[in-house]
Ligand binder design. Sequence first.
Ligand code: PEP
Ligand code: MN
Length: 344
Amino acid sequence: MIVVMKLGSTAQQVEHVVNLVREMGLKDHVIVGEERTVVAVIGNDRFKDRSVLETCEGVDKVVPILAPYKMASREVKKERSIVPLMNGRGNGRSPTIGGQKVGVIAGPCSVESKAQILEIAHMMKAAGAVGLRGGAFKPRTNPYAFQGLAEEGLKYLAEAREQTGLAIVTEVMSIDQIDACCEYADVLQIGARNMQNFNLLNKVGETRKAVLLKRGMSATLEEFLLAAEYIMARGNTNVILCERGIRTFEDYVRNTLPLAIVPELHRVSHLPVVVDPSHGTGKSYLVESMCKAAVAAGADGLIVEVHADPEHALTDGAQSMTPQGFAEMMASVKRVASAVDREL
Ligand code: PEP
Ligand code: MN
């Protein structure tokens, strides 16, 4: 349930509500909105007595949250969330995802060498990206395929941030990788294959790093938001949702990219939404069109794979744009962004 405070309610009145919520054995999440303050009550509140809260001074009303996810729900927070990509770094000048500006994260699927990641980082920065992607731990279908450079790759990414100022986005596949990823990177990516790895979600929920949560390839929208809820329930509200395509019967693309999820997620959740047209299509020649379509549909950001030499990429070459293709894509997406009152 949500306790909606009256306009002009005092800090003491809010504190009193919070104390009562805790006495009920439930968790509170206070959201100070532009107009009024609400206290979201988190936990199983089905058999709790609402009237105790309804009669408190300063309380306007108590309303149930209908969605199974709470903190991720638009019912709890009407205003769209803006997530800083470099939480705890960047001296308060961190790039963000979720505001007026569409944030673009770009880079190779995997970190392959120091020279490779530094070269591409400078090119991505010059073309207008705000974040650099690159996997150091790679979830590969085939156990004999390149598995990533691990901690060495993370160090190269950190150096790329030093040189360019780009926020570093990298995948964390297991709990034991979290500390190293937090040390070197800025945004923890939870891959599609781990969207329902609840132990991992809980642990990244204990950090305060921005989390890019990719939709599982057979997850429903509700399951996607419940995965976000796991992270938020542990106190980390810096969650960015990422649509990366789902498995269907269709085989002309690697995955089917359902862009209707962008306005639907915005309708039911306040979290920012990023689209990944690289994994969403698997074909580099389809990426620019899907970037434009995603921004037209309201996406708050894009994550795109780019490689200086896609033919020789160790992973996901077929869906990687060239740096030149990326720069051209940025120019055309800029026009779409301004048509829908956004910036790039
Ligand atoms: C990736 O970003 O390279 C990746 C493995 O993504 P996904 O989890 O969406 O397959
Ligand atoms: Mn990839």
